[in-house]
Design a protein around this ligand. Structure first.
Ligand code: ZN
Length: 109
């Protein structure tokens, strides 16, 4: 086997910390579920309030206001947000071209 080793949780967390120290505002490490502590979540860069809670790529909590703001301090969070979390389009880690047919949009003809 000549493949490189998988990235360890320690390396992911160290990379996330480096990114945050460098000024990145929405860093999370999402591909080792349950192994990177709070780095799985997205927090408000202004007050550190919890915005999106994850287990790996699975969203377990969605706390943005209907206007896309932090519920704790009211800071506007850049992005396209639904007024409320409806559902996640995948139940597992994203795998290109493996999207279930039932999740594809229905096009009107
Ligand atoms: Zn906040």
């Amino acid at each position: 086997m000549t493949d490189p080793e998988n990235t360890s949780a320690e390396t992911l967390m160290r990379a996330a910390e480096i990114g945050k120290r460098a000024g990145l505002r929405y860093v999370y490490a999402g591909n080792l579920p349950g192994m990177v502590g709070d780095w799985e979540n997205t927090r408000c860069p202004n007050c550190q309030g919890l915005l999106i809670e994850r287990y790996g790529y699975l969203i377990t909590g969605y706390f943005l206001t209907p206007q896309g703001c932090c519920p704790s301090c009211g800071a506007s969070i850049p992005g396209r947000w639904d007024p409320a979390f409806r559902r996640q389009i995948t139940t597992g880690p994203f795998v290109p071209l493996m999207r279930p047919q039932s999740d594809l949009p229905v096009l009107n003809s």
